[in-house]
Ligand binder design. Structure first.
Ligand SMILES: Cc1cc2nc3c(=O)[nH]c(=O)nc-3n(C[C@H](O)[C@H](O)[C@H](O)COP(=O)(O)O)c2cc1C
Length: 371
């Protein structure tokens, strides 16, 4: 019997299975405001049969967006647009639950969309804005130097995270996730590769964790108890001078008493010169270590593609949930086909039921079951 397609109790939220659609920026918002692209994208994923769909990195302040197209939750207009989108999505979404990722891009903000100039920083004619980070060190050559945040800036960001969490709760998200990975602001505080501060937010691990932990606490305080709070963390910077797997374990031990219900273990992104050893399932051992050493509910992510691979993550006990991004861009029907492969079942819209393998002989021609 498939373990991937068993329900999972994530705090007070029951997921119908352990498949999670990973947060994915769509770069299609207008001043943070969701539009019709989000509507079609999320309705489609809501019909996918996944247990949980995570909305993309959503900026808690305007300056925290990566690009001019990033989704935001920093204004009434942002909130009303997401209310409109999510109420339509929920009408068709079946048992799929929805969460949102709250983020601040730090020194990687003020950039082009990836499909425009390869995601390079905005130039003088592109309406750029001043970025900010723990230290005034740019992400890469050719990137502008960020302002080093002072206490006032940090207070403002804390309260923006808090306010965005209130908005997320009002919209009705059941899961809220703080983005502390991929080289964005909170990861910049955590990693010695980006944080060169000499004050109580720098040097030691305890100091580097201080601001990210304060953010998580302020988000938790804004959320009713029945909303699950998660954190996307970095398992490693893939550099001996950077953030290491043992640091990730130490961070999770500090997150647990704050009421964090799960972590998603990703990696990389803090400096461009270090290449991650990308291969199928390459981040799973990082998730497994975090789970083994802390016992927290853990989500594995990164180059998990096939149903067998996803099933193995759960059966082996390496993680509690499997998170996939590009596999769902490629094939939003991933869950339907995986259940055929793993002899499990899933509920999806009856309007589409005639494509089921048990009813339609054509299915065997386009997706033969492997032995
Ligand atoms: C188009 C796209 C947008 C992404 N946006 C986000 C994001 O908003 N937040 C985040 O934490 N990760 C983001 N990621 C990373 C994915 O969530 C995921 O961690 C990564 O793609 C590895 O998983 P995969 O091999 O299943 O694609 C994005 C990835 C893609 C392909």
């Amino acid at each position: 019997m498939s373990q991937l397609f068993t329900p999972f109790q994530l705090g007070s939220v029951e997921l119908s299975n352990r498949v999670v659609v990973s947060p994915m920026c769509q770069y299609s918002a207008d001043d943070g405001v969701a539009g019709d692209w989000h509507l079609q994208h999320l309705i489609q994923l809501g019909c996918s049969g996944a247990g949980l769909v995570m909305l993309e990195a959503t900026a808690i302040e305007r300056r925290g967006r990566i690009t001019h197209g990033c989704l935001g939750l920093y204004s009434d207009a942002c909130e009303s647009a997401l209310i409109r989108v999510m109420s339509a999505v929920r009408r068709f979404g079946g048992s799929t639950r929805f969460g949102i990722q709250l983020a601040h891009a730090g020194r990687k903000a003020s950039a082009h969309r990836p499909w425009e100039k390869g995601g390079d920083p905005l130039g003088p004619g592109d309406d750029p804005w001043q970025t900010m980070a723990p230290s005034a060190i740019s992400y890469d050559t050719g990137w502008p130097a960020p302002d080093a945040l002072g206490e006032r800036g940090m207070e403002r960001i804390l309260s923006s995270f808090h306010d965005a969490a209130h908005r997320a709760a009002r919209i009705g998200f059941e899961v809220v996730e703080v983005h502390a990975a991929h080289g964005y602001l909170l990861h910049e505080f955590l990693s010695p590769l980006a944080n060169h501060r000499q004050d109580r937010y720098g040097i030691s691990l305890v100091n580097r964790m201080r601001f990210p932990l304060a953010v998580v606490q302020s988000v938790r305080e804004a959320l009713p108890e029945d909303i699950v709070l998660g954190v996307r963390i970095t398992g490693t910077d893939w550099s001996e001078e950077g953030w290491l797997p043992d640091d990730a374990v130490a961070f999770v031990r500090q997150l647990q008493p704050l009421g964090v219900g799960y972590v998603c273990v990703s990696s990389g992104g803090i400096i461009p010169s270090v290449a991650a050893p990308v291969a199928p399932g390459y981040q799973i051992p990082l998730a497994a270590k975090v789970k083994r050493e802390t016992g927290i509910n853990t989500r594995a992510v990164g180059m998990i593609v096939t149903p067998e691979q996803a099933e193995d993550v759960i059966v082996s006990g390496h993680a509690d949930m499997v998170c996939m991004a590009r596999a769902f861009l490629d094939n939003p029907r991933w869950v339907w086909h995986a259940t055929e492969q793993l002899d499990a079942s899933v509920s999806y819209p009856p309007q589409y039921a005639r494509a089921k393998r048990s009813i339609w002989p054509g299915a065997a021609l386009i997706r033969p079951l492997s032995d």
